[in-house]
Design a binder for this molecule. Structure first.
Ligand code: NAD
Ligand code: ZN
Length: 351
């Protein structure tokens, strides 16, 4: 698996921990900061420390695990630590974790002293195939996802397949949702490969393929003026379901579980509005429905979900905007969906 060259930064797959340490050593950084959560601190940091050997020119910043902590308070905590340890403009932030760490660490670094360098070492499947590539950083406010953020590219990404060995099965499946999305939006052959694979632990080649797809899309359109919107398939409904679950459920949905629900709803909208065939809808429902437990969506919640969708930053002029499918492997951008259509799609999922 070759290194992928993204917009001015490399994505390493082979010997990636050694590549990380080389990068740090050759980067002429005054000091570096490794941001982890409690799980990646326990499971992933030891391998990095071992490779660093006696290099102790760094400080650790650890936050509690979970999407509910991707917020301004923990972000202030990161800024304060950078200040306390006198991070200067030649400091580097190493984001060692899943999408929560890469989004928040990237955001904190991209704003500290008007921007210092950061790299991602993604440790979840979801962050390897999606969150670490493309330069979106951000935090949530009032559980509104990624409402504050920047487009800032990392200086490099280091993907290490071995980190997935300690990842719980539910988190693996969370990442699988984004891989399925990559197939559905632009690559029917990839969708076919995924269907024929064991998705309880996708192999390295499938991960590489997914990163290639994501990277190709974001390099073409880094700031989401056009084709990058393809990646939003499943995310209009999915983000609303995820936000609602974060607020109300004692054991909230993972990002991928919410996106899986969103993809079923938006595939239904595609069948109604943009030419997706009935057999294709049935296939999508069978594949996705077979992987994720059914989530109880109550009809009484549909209006609330539409209200959340209205606040989505993908919208314009107060209208809810979706990326839909023309067929499996071909998406179509910028479709306004009415509340009635969205409610119908939620009812389709719930039925
Ligand atoms: P996450 O970072 O919360 O990680 C999921 C869980 O796995 C956490 O409990 C974490 O501690 C644990 N974990 C991480 N690595 C582990 C390992 N190797 N072994 C054991 N446990 C481990 O969540 P995520 O699913 O990685 O990312 C979701 C976030 O990513 C969301 O906030 C979403 O908005 C964001 N995201 C961003 C982009 C982007 O383009 N920036 C794209 C997709 C998703
Ligand atoms: Zn996503």
């Amino acid at each position: 698996m070759k290194t992928i060259q993204s917009d001015n930064y490399p994505i390493f797959f082979e010997n990636s921990i050694a590549e990380l340490v080389n990068f740090i050593k050759n980067g002429n950084y005054s000091r570096f900061f490794i941001l982890t959560d409690e799980n990646t601190g326990a499971h992933c940091l030891p391998a990095i420390k071992a490779e660093l050997g006696d290099d102790d020119n760094y400080d650790l910043i650890e936050i509690p695990a979970g999407e509910e902590n991707k917020d301004i308070d923990y972000c202030i905590g990161i800024w304060r630590t950078l200040i306390d340890f006198a991070a200067d403009r030649k400091s580097l932030v190493v984001n060692l974790g899943g999408g929560v760490i890469s989004d928040m660490g990237g955001f904190a670094a991209s704003t500290y002293k008007r921007g210092i360098d950061f790299v991602h070492v993604p440790t979840t499947l979801l962050s390897q195939v999606d969150a670490s590539v493309g330069g979106k950083t951000g935090i949530d406010i009032n559980s509104i996802k990624n409402i504050i953020g920047t487009f800032t590219q990392p200086k490099a990404v280091f993907i290490n397949y071995n980190f997935l060995k300690t990842l719980p099965a539910r988190q693996i499946l969370s990442g699988t949702a984004e891989m399925l999305k990559h197939g559905l939006i632009v690559d029917a052959a990839y969708w076919e490969r995924l269907k024929a694979s064991d998705l309880s632990l996708p192999d390295e080649e499938l991960i590489y393929w997914s990163v290639e797809i994501k990277n190709k899309v974001v390099v073409e359109d880094p700031t989401e003026k056009g084709i990058r919107k393809a990646l939003n398939f499943g995310h209009t409904v999915g983000h609303a379901v995820e936000t609602n679950s974060l607020i109300n459920d004692s054991d909230p949905l993972t990002h991928g579980e919410a996106i899986a629900i969103g993809m079923i709803c938006e595939a239904y909208l595609s069948y109604k509005k943009t030419g997706l065939k009935k057999e294709e809808l049935d296939e999508i429902v069978a594949v996705i429905g077979g992987l994720y437990p059914k989530y109880p969506l109550a009809t009484a919640n549909f209006v609330t979900l539409c209200e959340i969708m209205l606040k989505d930053k993908k919208n314009q002029n107060g209208k809810i905007n979706c990326t839909l499918l023309e067929s499996i492997g071909k998406c179509t951008l910028d479709h306004i969906c009415t509340d009635a259509e969205l409610c119908e799609s939620l009812a389709f999922y719930a039925s």
